[in-house]
Every structure is written in structure tokens, then in C-alpha cells.
Design a protein around this ligand. Structure first.
Ligand SMILES: Cc1ncc(COP(=O)(O)O)c(C=O)c1O
Length: 388
């Protein structure tokens, strides 16, 4: 098979004696052995037999194998949420005295892990901005820098970082490059092809695509994944087989869903640009986006998220949400249902104004996760809320 889409659809748990076409669900905590010797060999890592679902499970493995195909990775491990994938990748590979270098525009909980919890274990960190040049990144590297972490496009500011440029610096200094690919999905970009060593995912978002389950994964270099596997198998953030079954099925439709999400998002972004109530629209594939050149170089599409800044700031943001009739107000993204959020009054309300500005969250910033409803209905709901 030539295409990833065919390979992923045909990567499947071996058919059982029942002859089922769809993958069966192995909702079991543990697995049985024929005899003491087979059991001993499994525990001694002399066989690949499943032992216990905290270590491995056929449904979890199917989900991982499919994501590995899409991300062009060597191996992977699936976790209970995106945050456990992020945390596991840090804790397995960093130790006391190491330094983590990250972009400051990152998901809020990731920022909490880096700035509040890693220092408790003696792991140092520092940030550079999303606009940092190659020289800025290079200057921020310390003798003890062990990992570079970035998210692109960023949540919620939609900034785009040059993965190839940063990976060249990481390689030169023998530093692990870890990229959160949640917003683009492997349909939009494959960071490993651009030099990343690891890719982390919140599968809760576009991969599930229907707002049903939490899940996460880390994929990448085999030896790094093995360390993450050993850490997670002992500490327990493993993905439930049921969630893995849902997420694995979802991967089959990720490409067709993302095509529609991204096409609608681009069209809505273009139609909103220049609206009298809006200061600016932010979408990676709009020529007006400050990182447009990087976006078109490394992404196959602009993604399913559109942001815009309302004239009138914080209060205008709150009023806009109250006027929406169809879009949902909920703390998720990447759903078949379109979602609106106002970061300054919700997810990022605890930051100071200056901290928000530093990561591109202006008072009137609205984030739209463009769903699978007809694009005209999504746009019309946004327009009537702007006019109201
Ligand atoms: C970019 C990004 N990374 C990681 C996460 C964390 O994922 P989860 O909620 O599945 O733990 C999120 C959640 O919104 C996210 O947007």
C-alpha cells in the first residue's frame, strides 16, 4: 500500500475465530497464560504477550500503531489524556539538573506542568517567544538543556513556529525536540519529517473529533518511546481499551473530517476579515497572518481553528458569546459541533494582562473551533452575534 490512509485503515488487530470485520474490544484488565513457563517468559520480556492493560492492550496498540503510521514515527505509547502524554514525555526523559527550553505560547496546563511541577523535581526551564529567531533559540540553550518543547500552531494564539529551523538547532546541540501536534493533527503536518524526535497528542481533540473521550499519545524515536513506556507502565497513566477503541476508529475518518474542518475554517476566516466589529482575524493560511510564510511551508492546511479580536475588548468578548445561537460554549475543541471560546475571561483569566499579551491573548480574542455543520450556518451564527 502506497498511501498512509490505506495503511492506517488496514492496520488492525488480528481477526479472532469469530471472523469479525470491525476490531473487537478487549475490555479486560489482564490476560491469561497457558502455563507457568509462558507466564515467566512474558514477565521476563522474552515474548510480546500482553500481561496487564496498564502495560499493553490490543486496542491501545492498534490506536498507537495507526498513529505511528500517520506521524511517520518509529514507535508510540498511548496515555489517558493529552496532559499525561506531555507529563510522561518530560518525566521519563528529564532528570534533576536538566533544563527544558520551551516556547512561552503553550497550552495552559502544559505551562503549569513546566513552571510549577518540573521545578519541584529539580528540572529547570526557560521560555522563548513564538517570534524568536534562530539566533534567539540558540542563545537560550544552556549546557544542561536536554529537551526543546513547542506547540504549533499554538493554543489559543494560533502562532506558528518553524519546526525545521528549531529542529536543526536541537540536532546541532544533541537536544531532544518534542512537538505538540494537537492543533495541526498529522493530516496538517508531520513534525517528525521536519526533524522532531517526539510528537505528543491530545487525542481528545481532533483525533476523537466528536467530543466523547479523553486520550493522548507520544510517538517518535524507538529508544525514547521505550523510556516513556517504562515510566508510564510503572506510574499508570495508561489509556483505557474502550477509549482506544473509539480513538482508533476515529483515526479512520480523521483525513476526511480534517479536509472539511479546514476548508470551512479557511472560508470563514476569509469572510470575517475586514468585518467592522473585528480588529483582526488570525488563521495560519491567511496572507495577513504574521507567520503565514512558515505556515504554508510546513502545513498542508491551515487547521480547523479560527481566531479573531473583537473591537471592544473583554466586555465585547463576553457579549459575543451570549449572542451565539448555534455554536456551543464549552471547554473543548476539535468537535463535529462548532465551539466558541473567549480565553481572556475563561481559560486564561488568572493570568495578568501583560502575561496574556506576551502569548498573544488579547482581551477581545475569540477562538472558534470550526465543526462539521455547513460552513454557511457557522458563519451566519458568528455574523448575527457580531451584529447583535
Ligand atoms: C495543544 C494542547 N495540548 C495538550 C492538551 C491537553 O490535552 P488533554 O485535555 O487531552 O489532557 C490540550 C487540551 O486542550 C491542548 O489544546
Amino acid at each position: 500500500m502506497k498511501h498512509d490512509q490505506s495503511k492506517l485503515i488496514r492496520t488492525q488487530i488480528d481477526r479472532t475465530a469469530e471472523g469479525e470485520h470491525s476490531s473487537p474490544l478487549f475490555l479486560t484488565s489482564s490476560f491469561c497464560f497457558e502455563d507457568a513457563e509462558t507466564m515467566r517468559a512474558a514477565f521476563a520480556d522474552e515474548s510480546d504477550d500482553n500481561i496487564y492493560s496498564r502495560f499493553s492492550n490490543p486496542n491501545v496498540q492498534e490506536f498507537v500503531d495507526r498513529l505511528v503510521v500517520l506521524e511517520h514515527a518509529e514507535a508510540g505509547f498511548a496515555t489517558a489524556s493529552g496532559m499525561s502524554a506531555v507529563f510522561g514525555s518530560f518525566m521519563a526523559l528529564l532528570k534533576k539538573g536538566d533544563h527544558l527550553l520551551s516556547c512561552n505560547s503553550i497550552f495552559g496546563s502544559t505551562h503549569t506542568v513546566i513552571s510549577k511541577y518540573l521545578p519541584k523535581y529539580g528540572i529547570e526551564y526557560s521560555y522563548v517567544s513564538a517570534n524568536a529567531s534562530a539566533a534567539d533559540w540558540e542563545a537560550a540553550i544552556q549546557p544542561n538543556t536536554k529537551m526543546i518543547y513547542l506547540e504549533t500552531p499554538t493554543n489559543p494564539g494560533l502562532e506558528v513556529l518553524d519546526i525545521a529551523m528549531i529542529s536543526a538547532i536541537a540536532k546541532k546541540h544533541h537536544i531532544i525536540l518534542n512537538v505538540d501536534n494537537c492543533f495541526a493533527t498529522p493530516i496538517g503536518q508531520t513534525p517528525i519529517d521536519l526533524g522532531a524526535d517526539l510528537v505528543v497528542h491530545s487525542a481528545t481533540k481532533w483525533i476523537d473529533g466528536q467530543g466523547r473521550v479523553l486520550g493522548g499519545a507520544v510517538v517518535g524515536k524507538k529508544e525514547l518511546i521505550h523510556d516513556i513506556y517504562l515510566f508510564c507502565r510503572s506510574t499508570g497513566p495508561s489509556l483505557s481499551p474502550f477509549n482506544a477503541w473509539v480513538l482508533s476508529k476515529s483515526l479512520e475518518t480523521l483525513e476526511v473530517r480534517m479536509e472539511r474542518h479546514c476548508k470551512s475554517a479557511f472560508s470563514i476566516a476569509q469572510k470575517l476579515e475586514g468585518h467592522a466589529k473585528i480588529n483582526f482575524v488570525k488563521y495560519p493560511f491567511l496572507a495577513s497572518h504574521p507567520h503565514h510564510a512558515i505556515a504554508v511551508k510546513q502545513m498542508k492546511n491551515g487547521g480547523g481553528i479560527v481566531c479573531f479580536e473583537l473591537k471592544g475588548g473583554l466586555e465585547a468578548g463576553r457579549q459575543f458569546l451570549n449572542q451565539l445561537k448555534m455554536l456551543s460554549l464549552t471547554a473543548n475543541l476539535g468537535d463535529s459541533r462548532s465551539i466558541a471560546s473567549h480565553p481572556a475571561s475563561t481559560t486564561h483569566a488568572k493570568l495578568s494582562e501583560a502575561e496574556r499579551q506576551a502569548v498573544g491573548i488579547t482581551p477581545g480574542l475569540i477562538r472558534i473551533s470550526v465543526g462539521l455543520e455547513h460552513k454557511e450556518d457557522i458563519l451566519n451564527d458568528i455574523l448575527q452575534a457580531l451584529d447583535a
